[in-house]
Every structure is written in C-alpha cells, then in structure tokens.
Design a protein around this ligand. Sequence first.
Ligand SMILES: Nc1ncnc2c1ncn2[C@@H]1O[C@H](COP(=O)(O)OP(=O)(O)OP(=O)(O)O)[C@@H](O)[C@H]1O
Ligand SMILES: [Mg+2]
Length: 370
Amino acid sequence: MIKDVRSIQKTGTKELGGKLERSRTSGARYVLLRPAGYPLKSVFQDYPEVADPRLFERYAREQWYGELVRPGCYLFDRRLYPDFAFKVVRAHPHVSVVGSDTKIVVERKKTEATKIKSEVSFEDVVGQLEARRKMRIVEKFLSEPERFGKWSPRNILFYGPSGTGKTMMAKALTGETKVPMIPIKATTLIGEFVGEGSRQIHGLYKRAEQMAPCIIFIDELDAIALDRRYQDLRGDVSEVVNALLTEMDGIHSRKGVCTIAATNKIEFLDDSIRSRFEEEIRFGLPNAEERLMILEKNVATLPVEVGPLNLVALSRITEGFSGRDLVEKVLKVALHGAIIDEVRMEQRHLEEAMAKAKKETRDPPAEMFS
Ligand SMILES: Nc1ncnc2c1ncn2[C@@H]1O[C@H](COP(=O)(O)OP(=O)(O)OP(=O)(O)O)[C@@H](O)[C@H]1O
Ligand SMILES: [Mg+2]
C-alpha cells in the first residue's frame, strides 16, 4: 500500500534538513489542506471538488505518507493531477508527519468561481433567443446525458460582434445547470514548445470526461482556429487545430462533454473546424427594446441612488451599441461621474457619458435626447 517511501522521505525531510529531523517529529493527527493551484500556468486551473472525502483521505495518506507538514507548506499531488499544490492550512501537531491514521481534510471551496456561476442566469441575458433555445437542449443533455446517446449536442459555436453576450450565455449555462465549465482562452493553448498545445488539448478533454457532465468553453477560438492560410504563419498552431479536430470528431467520444466555442471573427475560421460544429449560433446587436431592457436591468443594480432617467430615449439613440457598450461605456462612465460628484446619478451623467461614447464609436448615434 505504501509505495515509494524512499522518495517520499527525501522530499519530506528537505525542509527541516534530513531524516533525523523527521524521525523526531510526531505523527500528524489532523491536516487541513487548501487547493492552491499549479506552480506553472496551465489550462487546468482548478482541482475538481472532492467527491468522496474518505476515499480522498486514503488516496492522500498513501501518496503523502511520511511527508512533513506544518501550516504554510505545500504538498503536491503526484498522480491524478500531477504537480497540483495543496497548501497546508492547519496541522496538528503543528509540525508533524503524515501517517496512516492522519485525518486529511480538503477545505470546502467557497470560491468566487462558484459565486460567479450562480450570479448569471438565463434571465439576465437579454434577447439572443436562438442561443437560449439551444441552451435548453444542452441543459437537458447535461441533466441526463444517457438519454441522448450518439445524438447528444457536442460542438456548438457562438459567433457575433463583441460584447453581445456570448461569454455571458456560457456562464449562465453553468450557473443554471451547476455543471462544471472549463473556460479556456484559445490563446493559452498555444504552447511554448512543439507538441505542448496538442497535449494540453487532449489532457483537457480527458479531464473534462472525468468531470462529466461538463462543458468546455473555448473563448476567442479564432486565435487558434484560423484559416489554414494564416496557420502557416503561426508555428505549431496547426498542430493544436488537429488535436482539437480529433477531440471534436469524437474518435474517442468523450461522454457527457459538450464543447462551446466563441468567436467574433467567424469569417477567419478554418473550414475544417467550422464544419465540426453542429450548430453555429449568431449573437446579434440588441435592438431598441433589448437595449432598454439591458439598461433597466443594469440600472437596477447601480450602487448609488438614481434620479429620474430617460432610459427609453437613451435606448433609441444607441443603435449599434452592444450590451457591453451600454454597460461599460455608458452606464459605468455615468456612474463614475456621479460618484465623483458625490450626488445621485442623474440624466446629465448619462448625457456626459454618451458624449464620450459617441466619440469612440464607429457609428455615432443621432443627436442626443433631441
Ligand atoms: N444580451 C445581453 N444581455 C444582457 N447583458 C449583456 C448582453 N450582451 C452583453 N451584455 C453585457 O455586456 C457584458 C459583456 O458581454 P460578453 O462578455 O458576454 O460579450 P461577448 O459576446 O462574449 O464579447 P466578446 O466577443 O468580446 O468576447 C456582459 O457582462 C453584460 O453586462
Ligand atoms: Mg466573450
């Protein structure tokens, strides 16, 4: 049961300077661990939640048998998630050695990630009905993957202008279903070494399968899935594309894993990648009614008192604005104006923000509040 004791002794004694030190240290009765992440940047940001604490304890005792522990030191996973670090938060006695009776507990996550997940819901996403409909199917699939078999939704592409709710919709999906999502920025898949990117992709899908049902969300897909003509310009990118194609083709069919990718440059995507998506869902810019809803929903969450605002007028003159433009360029700027003035938010703050936003937008709206 206890393997590799020599190597464990070696690492376990490093910190306090040798075997002697370790042999004088008493056995740990209790160790509390906090997942601390990887020492190097990786696509795998997080350790999965411990499903069975007792089983985890056995797994942990076996691999860390003989390790010295004290608050602040780190233990590295060597098997399932090699090099994932756990920080020792508490140890009893304060400096002790992991033995076969040590109680090992992993702190429960009160992570922001979970909070963010539940913060966004489908209700928050205004418009984008086609995407909403598709998400309903994905939701059903994630709750009973067996029912779908080979007909499961697997690869979905969100495309459309920046700031129209693509990432938000993916967040809402994991928020509503409570199914884990592995968010990946495509640019992080381009490794420094040849072969690294494709290894990362296969590893990523393997992990998603272990966590299934699970969603992989690949943002800014265009960064790697460029048209072949552009791929030649970018070293090992085509290798990453091939790895992605293999996974999307489902040669090793990853059960219960659904890939959603997003881009705002669909015209640059390589055809081979594009054809792997069963559905391409377009996210459009909001119409006047939708802009009004986005404004109203967000005004309701402002952290200051709000005076009478003419949001209807604002929604009419913001044609061509995305949801993000409305939130970031108009409401946020207006809010900051109000905070600086130390008064409630007034119509004039919106007007000032709009004047700035108009200068920045390619398509300036007509006269303000005329
Ligand atoms: N349809 C929408 N409904 C409500 N809010 C929206 C909508 N679209 C955008 N927003 C607001 O804009 C912000 C940015 O949207 P999001 O990050 O989802 O855009 P995106 O489509 O992923 O853009 P990009 O292509 O640049 O990644 C959201 O957090 C939200 O506040
Ligand atoms: Mg996005």
